[in-house]
Every structure is written in C-alpha cells, then in structure tokens.
Design a protein around this ligand. Structure first.
Ligand code: NDP
Ligand code: A1CAB
Length: 275
C-alpha cells in the first residue's frame, strides 16, 4: 500500500489522538515522520508518544504551519480556545478535522474567521484496536481529495461511513458512546453467569465468545436480530424464559432511551459551550 505524503498535525494528545496515531502508523499508510503532535501542557505525554510511535512533537504554531491537515482531538470545551489561538497561523482552505462531540462545523468556521475546509468525524474508542465505527461529515469548502484523505486517516482505525452533518448527534449517541452500552451489557452478562456459579474467568470467556458469535451470525447471514433470536427460542425453552424477563424490564426501550439521551446531550453540549 502506498505511503501518504501529507503532513498530519494532531492537536490534543489524549486517548483518541493516541488511537489515531497508533492506527495510522501500524497501517503503514502514514510514516511516523509525517505525524506531528501537540497538546496544552503535558510534556510527559508528548515524550511518551514520541518514544512509542516516533512521531514529531512540537508547539502549535509549527504544527499548524507544517501540516496539510490538522486533527482537532481535544475536549469540546477546549476546542474554541484552540481555534482562537491557532487561527493566526492557519491558511485558507487548510483542512481541519474535528472529532469533538457536538461541535458544529459552522461554529468552528465562524470562530476561525477563515474559509477553512472542515470535516467532522466521530470515531469510537475501539479505534485503539483498529475496530472503530467512524462517521465523517463533509463541510462546505471541502474538496474530494480532502475527503479522501480523511477516509484514509480513519480507515486506519476501522470502518468509515459518510453521513450528513445533521446525523452527527445521533452517530455520537449511537456509535460514539455505543461501546459503553455494550460494556454495560457485557458486565451484566458476566456478572449473571458469575453469580450463578461460574468463575469470573469462565463467565467472561463464554460471554465474549457468545457476543462475537452473535455478531458474526448477523454479519454472515444478513438476517435481522429478531429472526436470529427466533432460531434460539425453543417452545417453552430456556431462551423464551430469559427474554420474557428482558421484555418485562423494558430492555429494548431502555437501550433506545439511552441512545436518545446521548444524542440530546450531543446537541446540548454545543449550546452549553457556545452560550
Ligand atoms: N473518548 C471517546 O470515547 C471519544 C471521544 N471523542 C472526542 O474526542 C475528543 C478527545 O477526547 P479524548 O481523547 O478522550 O480526550 P483526552 O482528555 O484524553 O485528551 C484531550 C487532549 O486535548 C489536549 N488539549 C486540551 N486543551 C488544549 C489546548 N488548549 N491546546 C492543545 N491541546 C489541548 C490535552 O492536552 P493536555 O493533556 O496537555 O491538557 C489532551 O492531550 C473529545 O472532543 C471527544 O468528544 C470522540 C469519539 C469518542
Ligand atoms: O462521552 C462523550 O462525550 C464522548 C463522545 C463520544 C464518546 N465519548
């Protein structure tokens, strides 16, 4: 696979930044030397990233000046102060990719006072194991070449799907936050098995493979979850008894309400930050 020539500047050196850097380098699509990283004040963190991934660490000014694309990987609460700081060094049409939850491209554009090319992306923490479900949304001035570069960056850490920006709140509530819901479900299943007599290890192994198998079944067959579920339910059997309890406790509604609450929170985030 061809090594990309563009310089990638990552501002923010936290969890998501590291996942992206790790993915870009292990994919061999980007060289360590083509990645620049900067943060606010944590020098130890930059030293760690530089040692582990051999990336270049620098101040924001030289990062912005040297980069073809700037990845904004700080918390939503910090993004506007970063834009305020770096806008003097940015070039019109420079590509900026924001992974901040809730923050709209128009507000970043406005804060910069420049005609930037902005792409919004929402990966998830499974990027660390190259299994993110990332959605990207294209901003106004973005060229097809710039979109292609964004797809290349995020495909290093998993799948990439393009959506309209209006869908980014629900994407954030669904796949951005989603791994946490799955961890809650996994914990409940593991504890369920453990409380009924399996060791923690036995229960964990069985649950993980059960989840992998269910995902594989759905992927391989293309069948709906309800159809696959029917195949497990013998009349008057164990599965029917288990599912009845989930239904009595409004399991499906709870999960749907969780996604709704996270989606609303994504909308609220920008209001609380911008007002
Ligand atoms: N965690 C998740 O599951 C997901 C998070 N996101 C989004 O990713 C973004 C980053 O999240 P995450 O990696 O968890 O955050 P972290 O808290 O792990 O990292 C934030 C980074 O931003 C840096 N930073 C803060 N302010 C500035 C500044 N003024 N100048 C330069 N750097 C700055 C911090 O530097 P320092 O340490 O020096 O202060 C730190 O390196 C968030 O916007 C979040 O919404 C998106 C998808 C999933
Ligand atoms: O909880 C959050 O706000 C971030 C965005 C998506 C996942 N984590």
């Amino acid at each position: 696979m061809k090594m990309e020539k563009q310089q990638i500047g990552v501002i923010g050196a936290g969890n998501m930044a590291e996942a992206l850097i790790h993915g870009m380098i292990t994919s061999m699509r980007f060289s360590s030397q083509s990645i620049l990283v900067s943060n606010r004040s944590n020098r130890d963190r930059l030293a760690y990233l530089s040692k582990k991934y051999k990336v270049k660490t620098t101040d924001k000014k030289s990062l912005v000046e040297q980069s073809d694309v700037i990845v904004l990987a700080m918390k939503p609460q910090d993004i506007f102060s970063v834009i305020e700081e770096i806008k003097v060094w940015m070039r019109p049409n420079q590509l900026c990719i924001s992974i901040a939850a809730g923050i709209e491209m128009a507000s970043l554009q406005k804060a910069s006072g420049l005609e930037l090319s902005i792409i919004r992306a929402m990966p998830n923490t499974s990027a660390k194991v190259l299994c993110s479900a990332t959605a990207i949304a294209k901003g106004e001035n973005v060229t097809e070449e710039q979109m292609e570069l964004a797809r290349k960056i995020f495909s290093c850490v998993g799948t990439v799907r393009e959506v309209a920006e209006e869908q980014m709140d629900v994407v954030t509530g669904l796949s951005g936050s989603g791994p946490a819901y799955v961890y809650s479900f996994l914990e409940a299943m593991i504890d369920g098995g453990h409380h009924l007599g399996l060791s923690q290890k036995e229960s964990t192994e069985l649950v993980l493979q059960t989840l992998r198998g269910a995902i594989e079944m759905m992927t391989a067959t293309g069948m709906k979850p309800s159809e696959l579920s029917k195949q497990i339910c013998s009349p008057n059997g164990t599965t029917v008894a288990g599912l009845a309890v989930l239904n009595q406790n409004h399991f499906k509604e709870s999960v749907m309400e969780a996604i709704k609450a996270a989606t609303l929170r994504s909308k609220e985030l920008r209001k609380s930050i911008q007002s």
